[in-house]
Design a protein around this ligand. Structure first.
Ligand SMILES: Nc1ncnc2c1ncn2[C@@H]1O[C@H](COP(=O)(O)OP(=O)(O)OP(=O)(O)O)[C@@H](O)[C@H]1O
Ligand SMILES: [Mg+2]
Length: 627
């Protein structure tokens, strides 16, 4: 990094600090006030010590006796000064800590809030490890220099005060001060400039190491089954070694500059003693003044370092800040309207009208391929519509559009005649529910996973939802029923149990439109059909409850339950009608359904010969096997 860019980094770092001060002005004032009080007391103590030596110690030595009254007075003054110094340190430390941790908390909140606002397409482009490090180590890095900042600002005031005091004492001392302080300052700047690229590199490597770690733990199953432990460990080790080297480079530089920064004030003290001896002989100064100034240089050494600490942390702070800003400035979040639908209005009508959609390409300059084109269909209120099509046809994309995870490029998706884009977030969440292809279970209790803290879902409601999802049996058999914790991502549940739990979660919110994206694939086919049959009959039992259903399905028994089947191929609706009609008229449909059926039969067969699956929660197993 050239010195011009590192100067730019320093300037930007100071702007980041300015921002921190603007965000926490009061607490910053308290911290700086503490620091200035401390500085004033340091200068004060130098002059009191000087006075004690000049007015008490020297005369006592000359006279051979000690004046206890004056000595007691000096002791009291020093004690008072020390007390004020303690108050100053306390105020500074407390203020700096408050400021640093408040900023960290506030920015962590902002970053994670932003993650939730950003669209799915943004998340697909960013690795989870990076997101974690943005919210953690980058936020921390951005506000590292806040800890020594009040000390440094107070020190600047103190150095200014010291120079004034030097001028007031004697011009010769002032000259020493004018030589030493700027030299100290320059050394600090050189130090932080050389530190800048090293710190930035270390911060980048921190993110990369955390990214690799996250990926290999997340993919632990693949890593283990494919025997990739050694390679993964090596991949991690080489990046960890780079981080180590980067941090050692930081440490080496610190090791080089620290002694220099320590030595300069000592050289200053030495210069003061030499100059002072001459001036004393000329009777230009008193012993008291000489002692004061020499002492001043000694005690100033540490505080001046605080300026260096801030400057040295600035590059890292800028690196962290930039990475945080990339998240905060990212755009593409969805705008919501202000229309509301009656959540108790019974099953809703979903209408796709001439919808086309393309995913954002991985590289911005490439055109994205069209995934859906001219898709038009309706799910009438209370009806069940099955979405059938080969893999990659666009079924999951239609499901995502139906619950507004993404917006169409052209055309509209409407619920009860209202464009989904006009609904409020709450109304959208209250009216539609998606059970995704890959179930997500929180590390919480069964109850927590069903209610997700939504108000008004009683235990009875939870059980009713579990019954509809055919999950009441296994939940009842869990050791603590609804209170059983399911482990991270539901690791203590089987795949089919997890799917049914997420289905129960969707049902507990009493959605008016339920979108099932292959949501019961891991469930036994008979149970899957039973679930759908239960959902359908609850929609048509005339109680006004129930839901319209759009279901991505593969199995004949499930598809046959639908009122209508929409057959999609390559993002287009190729045919629609009842299952029987499509079987009779669409050759592609026949092939697909038959192929699924065969695959299913083979799986069934394989299952009979295999050992029973190992399910960690043994109490749930018997119930599972009974089905
Ligand atoms: N995030 C994405 N970015 C880019 N392209 C995507 C993305 N997700 C899906 N696609 C592409 O869009 C097309 C439709 O995908 P979609 O997931 O909707 O298919 P699907 O019918 O649900 O398939 P499956 O039966 O395998 O679940 C595919 O060609 C896929 O490659
Ligand atoms: Mg899919």
């Amino acid at each position: 990094m050239s010195s011009r860019t590192s100067t730019a980094v320093l300037a930007r770092g100071l702007r980041v600090l300015g921002r921190a001060i603007r965000e926490q002005p009061r607490i910053f004032t308290v911290a700086v006030a503490g620091s200035v009080l401390f500085g004033a007391m340091v200068i004060g103590s130098a002059y009191v010590i000087g006075a004690v030596v000049g007015d008490v110690v020297v005369p006592s030595i000359a006279r051979g006796s000690v004046e206890t009254g004056v000595l007691a007075l000096a002791a009291a003054a020093l004690f008072g000064i020390s007390l004020l110094r303690v108050v100053g340190i306390f105020g500074r430390r407390l203020g700096a800590g408050y400021m640093q941790y408040r900023l960290q908390a506030s920015y962590r909140r902002r970053v994670t809030r932003r993650y939730l606002d950003l669209p799915l397409s943004w998340h697909q482009r960013h690795a989870t490890g990076t997101l974690l490090s943005n919210a953690n180590s980058d936020v921390e890095a951005a506000w590292y220099p806040i800890a020594p900042l009040p000390f440094a600002v107070g020190t600047l005031v103190m150095v200014a005060g010291a120079i004034v005091a030097l001028f007031a004492t004697d011009w010769a001392f002032a000259l020493v001060g004018l030589a030493v302080f700027p030299a100290l300052f320059t050394l600090n700047v050189v130090y932080s400039r050389r530190m800048a690229p090293r710190q930035a590199r270390a911060q980048q490597l921190r993110a990369e190491v955390s990214g690799i770690a996250h990926e290999s733990f997340d993919g632990a199953l693949v890593v283990k089954t494919m025997g990739r432990e050694a390679q993964e460990t090596r991949r991690f080790a080489s990046r960890a070694a780079e981080l180590r080297d980067a941090l050692i480079a930081v440490g080496r530089l610190r090791g080089l500059f620290d002694p220099l920064l320590e030595t300069l004030p000592s050289i200053g003290t030495l210069a003061v003693l030499v100059v002072g001896a001459i001036r004393l002989r000329q009777d230009a100064i008193t012993v008291a003044e000489l002692v004061s100034v020499a002492f001043l240089f000694t005690v100033l050494a540490v505080p001046v370092r605080a300026i260096g600490w801030v400057l040295a942390e600035l590059p890292r702070s800028v690196a962290g800040w930039d990475r945080v800003q990339q998240v905060l400035r990212a755009t593409g979040e969805m705008a919501y309207g202000d229309r509301v639908l009656d959540p108790a209005g019974g099953p809703a009508t979903l209408a796709f009208a001439d919808v086309s959609f393309r995913y954002e390409p991985a590289e911005a300059h490439l055109p994205g391929a069209e995934v859906l084109g001219a898709v038009t269909f309706t799910v009438p209120a209370g009806r069940t519509v099955a979405l059938v099509g080969p893999t990659g046809a666009g079924k999951s994309t239609i499901a995502a559009l139906a619950v507004r995870l993404v917006d169409p490029d052209t055309g509209t998706v409407a619920l009860d005649g209202v464009d989904l884009r006009e609904l409020t977030t709450a109304s959208l969440a209250g009216n539609v529910a998606l059970v995704a292809q890959v179930p997500f279970v929180f590390d919480d209790t069964v109850r927590g996973n069903i209610t997700l803290d939504r108000p008004g879902i009683s235990d009875d409601d939870a059980w009713a939802a579990l019954r509809l999802a055919e999950a009441d049996g296994f939940v009842a058999a869990l050791p603590d029923g609804l209170d059983t914790r399911v482990g991270e991502r539901g690791t203590s549940l089987s795949g089919g149990q997890r799917q049914r739990l997420t289905l129960a979660r969707a049902l507990a919110g009493r959605p008016r439109l339920l979108v099932l994206d292959d949501a019961t694939s891991a469930v036994d086919p008979r149970v899957e059909a039973a679930i759908l049959a239960g959902l359908r009959s609850s929609a048509t039992d005339g109680t006004g409850a129930g839901t319209s259903i759009l279901v991505v399905a593969y199995r004949r028994a499930t598809i046959a339950l639908a009122d209508e089947v929409i057959y999609v191929e390559q993002g287009r609706v190729v045919a629609r009608g009842t299952h029987a009609e499509l079987l009779a008229t669409v050759p592609g449909y026949v092939d697909l359904v038959t192929a699924y059926e065969q695959a299913e039969a083979e799986r069934e067969q394989a299952r009979t010969y295999e050992d029973p699956p190992v399910v960690p929660v043994t109490t749930g197993l018997e119930v599972e096997m009974d089905r």
